[in-house]
Write a new protein. Sequence first.
Length: 139
Amino acid sequence: MKKSVIRAHSSAMRFEQAIAPDLNLPLSKHQLDILFTVAASEKTLHPSELAAQLGRTRPHVAKQLAVLLKHDYLVKIPDKHDGRRFTVTLSTSGKSIVTGGVAEQYYGPIMRASDKMGKKRFNKFVRMLEEFTEAVKDE
């Protein structure tokens, strides 16, 4: 059992390294994840929705949002009914980050894996990865 646990841990670490984009940007991986999640959304997102989608805590996302808003990568849209709530959308600067070469580098490793594995195997892998992630969560 220990060998398979060590192998699983090693594989998970190598997986994280393989998909982590090595970009020359003043943004962290978590900040990039937020930008690309906002870009992929069909609607503006509340910080709590971002936190849920990213599997992060709301305070963590709030801290990353503060940086992205400060540097004008995102635009804050106040809620019409509740002054404490807001959603975010990409600014012009944010849109320039999530398109072109940066997008290719961000999505590239996963797209290559999808192409090499084929749609059926890739989707099975994603489901198993989601199951694995749920299984290792502390609850």
